[in-house]
Design a protein around this ligand. Structure first.
Ligand SMILES: [Zn+2]
Length: 930
């Protein structure tokens, strides 16, 4: 504490404050300097070792130290050569039990050592003398008069302890023998002091003036100037003003306020983000301070306060906006002085301090992005250290649980505070719609990521350091819907994370830039929620929020990024597939030897985002079950195509798929799996042997687990209405019910289980004498590459069909139907009766939606009618039909009896329209800069 001095001057004060608040070396205090209203005009003390050592050899000091001052040391005024402070072994002063005796003894001492005083001791006038019993010390000041005026801040000072002189200081300015007479009167000086001073507009009372000799070293040299020292008082601002006016020039040299107000910034030392050991000290806005006299005031948004020392101020973690309450003890309180403005765990629990900061951080986001949102306006209470652990919630107030149960205190984790605050933000955003809990979780997580620039939610939520969620994986609607709102919210949060990424790519990552990815994503979040969308509705609302001309059809400024990002998560028209689709109605069963017309068109749902100039359309077909493939070209007319397949002989099963190629080589296929899972139809006449529609009964089908652990859902065949989960259809092909693996609902996610083999079996079907049969049924199958998981169709335990398999690991050629496919299979010499089977066998890896089966029929091929070519109805009008209804041959059982031919209740082509173009991207969690 070498800088502690009688005089207080600016550099040492700063140093002192910094030392008093370790760890806050920078910007601990933000002084607001006001011209002329600074500190008292003390000289700056500067010491240089060579000069100090030299000054020990002045005759006066040598004489003193060779006499009674043996062993004394000093710091010298390098200009005046006097001992500004001197200390050493106590020098007995005799009987000093009262003030007069002390003064007399000191005067004797000073006369004995006049050389070190520098001036005639008779020019010293006692100014102060006081005694501290606890210190047993007399404190004595003498003024030195120059031309009758005392030297300001000068003279001689001494400490007498236990009857001995232990310290003295000399600031007598021996070089100045006299000063000129004043040229201005006290009244002149008082006018100058009031009118030119920092409180010129205030009413000054109690004006008193006296002449002083002011050592003035501001101009480089040391001047001792005769000044009028003018004192006055003002109420507003509160001030006891001391002004020095040069008595020779009338210049106001300095003004200071003895009621020392200080301007500082209330701060807090918080976890930077979470409990990873990293701390930050930053300004705390709007905090309330209460004076000992009951007066209150609030810090500014920037945390700045101006306080006077006339009362003791205490800060709390409450403000005009946010009140933080400690649910497990006393509220934090910070006694504020000019050297103590920072909240630390000494003044409140860390959770209180952290929560206060984190709430204001996220409120600042809202003030910029959604200034009307009430969450940033209405008063808010945050309870911390709430009994319980591993959670937090918003119920109109914010609530954060204490540490425990393997979790850290959630009030100390910024992500959690942002998240809970985000629920309130969502609530306040609603102008219509519903407060949907699943999207609310996604909104809250998105806000957290926008604040932290990290896809991970809540690192160190767990004491192990683990985070609680991550928004970067591509969870897809509705496949990945689980029914748990936090998990399902990640579908939306993931879309927003990807949107931000897309926007960064297009518009840059620099957070502060207008139009940057961060800013645009933030504004979309702030503007897209007013209608209260659910997760699947969110795409449309965000496009609408992005629109700038009351027309969303012509695109919006960020339409392509929204389309792409939301599409990657199954939301909007880009959901689970490309925005480029082939609109083509599957060819139904055909009469024999008749040319088959086909047609269709390529549809681009995002012409402003994706180019697709149709260059070529080919129908790829196979008549040997996919062993060999032939091509038939189509004629183009703009985006439309037409063509013909040559007729096929009766009894042919045709597999086919359509591919459309753009000028740039981009290819889309329908069905999207191409030759892995093509369309099929039968050529020739069929006679119904047996059908089951599953509309009114389960067809007498049974099911069993053939292999794997007998747990709930291992044998997951169910006759019910599908729910659309895990790639399953959202409805039956006809009627309401189908047979399928895990149709969703309840605790079921729509997927078959791992490590099982189960089978659905028809009843034994009497097929009479037919030795060759055609099985047709509606299939909606999703199954992993047959290298891993197998889907089989069986007849009397003999395999008739199985899903496509790659030859070797790793296989990713899954079979994924996106519509009710007519599956046509030939059964030869299966015997009588026939039991049909549908089987799934899975490994321990990925699981898919499995089988969905509707409208199963067994037919017997009928005698061919070669001249039946004139009545082709194969141009697509009979979309969705089962066996062809194009011929009037009475042998054809159209299937009304089993419902096989009735069209589904929804517009049929919609389900098969869009074809996957872009592979799903899975990305690692990345910490974004910006
Ligand atoms: Zn939540």
């Amino acid at each position: 504490m070498h800088t502690v001095e009688v005089g207080v001057f600016m550099p040492s004060l700063l140093t002192l404050l910094a030392l008093a608040a370790p760890g806050l070396v920078s910007h601990a205090l933000a002084f607001a300097p006001t011209a002329g209203a600074g500190v008292a005009p003390n000289r700056t003390e500067v010491y240089h070792m060579p000069a100090q050592l030299r000054l020990r050899h002045t005759p006066a000091w040598e004489e003193f130290t060779q006499g009674e001052g043996a062993g004394w040391l000093a710091r010298f005024d390098e200009r005046e050569a006097t001992a500004r402070r001197a200390w050493g072994p106590g020098i007995p002063l005799g009987d000093v039990d009262h003030a007069d005796a002390v003064e007399a003894s000191l005067r004797t001492f000073l006369s004995r050592n006049a050389g070190i005083v520098g001036v005639d001791p008779d020019l010293l006038v006692l100014r102060n003398i006081g005694y501290s019993a606890t210190m047993d010390t007399w404190y004595v000041d003498f003024d030195r008069l120059i031309s009758g005026a005392p030297v300001w801040g000068g003279g001689v000072t001494a400490r007498v302890r236990g009857g001995e002189l232990v310290l003295f200081g000399v600031s007598t300015y021996p070089s100045v023998e006299s000063l000129p007479k004043p040229m201005f009167s006290a009244a002149d000086a008082e006018r100058v002091a009031q009118l030119q001073g920092p409180a010129a507009l205030a009413e000054h009372t109690g004006l008193v003036s006296k002449l002083v000799a002011l050592p003035w070293d501001r101009a480089g040299g040391l001047d001792v100037r005769l000044c009028w020292e003018v004192r006055s008082h003002t109420e507003s601002p509160i001030g006891n003003w001391v002004t020095h006016v040069d008595a020779a020039s009338g210049e106001r040299l300095n003004t200071y306020n003895e009621i020392s107000t200080f301007t500082g910034t209330i701060q807090g030392t918080t976890h930077t983000r979470t409990l990873d050991g990293d701390y930050t000290t930053s300004a705390f806005p709007l905090g309330k301070l209460t004076g000992a006299d009951g007066t209150t005031q609030y810090a500014s948004e920037a945390g700045v306060v101006t306080l006077s020392d006339s009362t003791t101020w205490t800060a709390t973690l409450s403000s005009s906006y946010l009140t933080v309450r400690n649910d497990s003890g006393a509220e934090g309180a910070l006694p504020v002085t000019s050297s103590s403005l920072t909240w630390t765990s000494a003044s409140a629990t860390q959770a209180e301090i952290d929560t206060y900061k984190f709430v204001f951080d996220v409120r600042a986001w809202a003030q910029e992005m959604a200034p009307d949102n009430g969450m940033g306006i209405d008063t808010l209470t945050a309870k911390v250290n709430v009994s319980g652990n591993c959670n937090a919630y918003y119920d109109g107030n914010l609530n954060f649980y204490d540490e425990g149960g393997g979790c850290n205190n959630t009030g100390e984790i910024a992500d959690v505070v942002y998240h809970e605050w985000g629920h309130g933000f969502h609530y306040y955003e609603l102008e219509a719609g519903v407060y949907d809990p699943s999207i609310s979780e996604g909104i809250a997580d998105t806000l957290s990521t926008l604040m932290t620039h990290d896809s991970r939610i809540g690192p160190y939520f767990y004491t192990s350091g683990g985070s609680i969620r991550d928004t970067s994986p591509d969870y897809v609607y509705p496949t990945d819907v689980t029914g748990e709102s936090h998990q399902d919210g990640l579908i939306f949060a993931g879309a927003m994370w990807d949107l931000w990424d897309e926007l960064n790519t297009t518009y840059g990552e620099t957070r502060a830039d207008s139009g940057s990815g961060w800013r645009t994503a933030s504004l979309l979040l702030a503007n897209g929620l007013h209608a209260g969308p659910t997760i699947p509705e969110s795409y449309d609302e965000f496009v609408l929020a992005d629109d700038d001309n009351n027309n969303t059809v012509d695109g919006t400024p960020h339409f392509c990024e929204i389309l792409e990002a939301f599409g990657r998560h199954g939301l909007g028209p880009g959901g689970t597939s490309s925005v480029i689709g082939i609109d083509h109605t599957p060819i139904p069963n055909q009469p024999s030897n008749t040319p088959i017309a086909f047609d269709g068109a390529v549809v681009n749902l995002a012409p402003g985002c994706t180019e697709f100039t149709l260059a070529d359309v080919v129908i790829h077909y196979s008549t040997d079950g996919g062993g060999t493939w032939l091509d038939a070209g189509g004629a183009l007319s703009g985006d439309a195509f037409t063509g013909d397949l040559a007729g096929f002989p009766g009894g042919t099963i045709v597999n086919y798929y359509v591919s459309a190629t753009a000028l740039d080589g981009t290819e889309v296929m329908l069905p999207s799996g191409g030759d892995i899972a093509p369309y099929t139809f039968y050529v020739g006449q069929l006679e119904e042997v047996w059908c089951a529609s599953f509309d009114d009964d389960d067809g007498g089908f049974t099911h069993e687990l053939l292999d794997g652990r007998e747990t709930e859902g291992a044998d997951d065949w169910i006759w019910d209405r599908p729910t659309g989960l895990a790639g399953d259809p959202s409805d039956a092909y006809t009627g309401r019910k189908i047979w399928g693996n895990d149709l969703g609902g309840g605790n079921f996610n729509g997927e078959y289980q791992a490590g099982i083999q189960n089978r659905l079996s028809s009843p034994a079907i009497d097929v009479g004498t037919n030795t060759e049969l055609i099985l047709q049924y509606r299939r909606w199958l999703s199954v992993e590459d047959g290298y891993y998981d197998q889907a089989r169709v069986l007849a009397n335990d003999g395999e008739v069909w199985s899903n496509h398999a790659t030859a070797e690991n790793p296989g990713n050629e899954q079979t994924e139907d996106h519509e009710w496919m007519l599956h046509t299979l030939r059964l030869s010499r299966a015997g009588n009766p026939i039991t049909l089977g549908w089987e799934i066998q899975s490994d321990q890896g990925m699981e898919f939606g499995g089988w969905n089966i509707d409208d199963v029929c067994l037919y017997a091929p009928a005698a061919d009618m070669p001249d039946d070519s004139g009545d082709s109805d194969s141009n697509g009008d009979s979309a969705g039909d089962g066996p062809t209804d194009s011929a009037d041959n009475s042998k054809i059982t159209v299937g009304h009896s089993c419902g096989c031919a009735s069209a589904p209740g929804v517009p049929w082509p919609a389900a098969g329209l869009f074809v996957a173009l872009l592979a799903t991207r899975r990305r690692q969690s990345v910490l974004r800069q910006g």
